[in-house]
Design a protein around this ligand. Sequence first.
Ligand code: GDD
Ligand code: MN
Length: 375
Amino acid sequence: MHLMSTEISIVLPTYNEAENIPIIIEKIRSTLESYNISFEVIVSDDNSPDGTWRIVESLSIKYPFLRVLRRLENKGLSPAVVDGFHSATGKYLIVMDADMQHDETILPKFLEKFKNGASIVVGSRKSDGGGIDGWSKRRQFISWGATMLARLFGFNNSSDPMSGYFGITREFFHDVVEEINPRGFKILLEFLAKAPAGKVEEIGFKFQPRQYGESKLTGSIMLQYVLGLYDIRFGKLIPLRFINYALVGFSGVFINQMGLLLGIETFKFSHEISLIFGIELSILSNFLLNNYFTFRDRRKKTVKGLANGLLLFHLVSALGAVINYAVAILFSEKSGWSIYLSNLLGIAIATIWNFVLNLHWTWAENRNNGQSKER
Ligand code: GDD
Ligand code: MN
């Protein structure tokens, strides 16, 4: 194989696209052959239950330019795209939907833009000649909102930063691939965040309605998108995990107070016992919520793991409580701050302390699995 004798590599990420895949491959072939462009097509399939990968496998006998990756791990659109790019041999790497919503007739224009020096070329629904057919008012609104949000987070080098139709040069891909976090649908955002100024070009196209199969863009993917926007811009400054952790802690303040109230009013406990009851309740709920949300990727599932984690969490929380107390006393007595302000500072410092301890101890990363990009 002569690396780079292929001009463009087209990656089609698929999940249950059995009806669409033979048609889109034929459309791509017919367009690119008529322009005499050397190309290959790589279908990056997540082991679709409808057998998309198997169909592609048999088509590849007829089409020498065609290959399939049957992916069993790390499923999802963005990692499927990155894997496809890794296995590609072309100078320029282009991804498009396999469901014919993306207009393949503009592919030759991508090549033109790359030859004129672009690092990223975006197929845009929002620039000249672009548009969307048959979208509900609701989906139009969501799309508008997501684009505005991207602007707000400083993505202003593309009119359609959520597009699933774009290309990048092989060189640019290898320059940045180590630094990106391919999750969910936000793969283009990751590349746009790393793009050199003036190197992003766009081609307008009309996004077509889907004929066969169904969309995999769910509400949870949209939420992931918003979190992803934050993470790309500010994740290094204040990790998403810390914000999550702080929210859980915030809920713990309420649980604590509710426990106190319940102890005094309902169970008629003494104030001391009610305090301990409230604190214990908040420690328990914090542990469970952190285990489920904040540290979802390192979640403890076995009884042994949960018991162990709960024990460590209690130890860590006890230290935090002492810190909270000490800081509050110190500041109220030595600096003349009010006890409330001092306590607030105490809580803040204890929260950071607890977070660091939980991160490196209770939910310590398993050294054997070598996963470093956990978010
Ligand atoms: N391998 C793999 N794994 N492929 C996937 C997965 C996955 O988990 N999820 C979706 N795909 C494939 C689909 O089979 C399709 O070829 C392509 O990715 C796009 O998915 P759709 O489900 O068709 O997305 P959509 O049409 O609703 O959303 C479009 O607009 C979004 C923004 O508005 C796409 O262009 C998205 O890429 C885009 O982000
Ligand atoms: Mn689609």
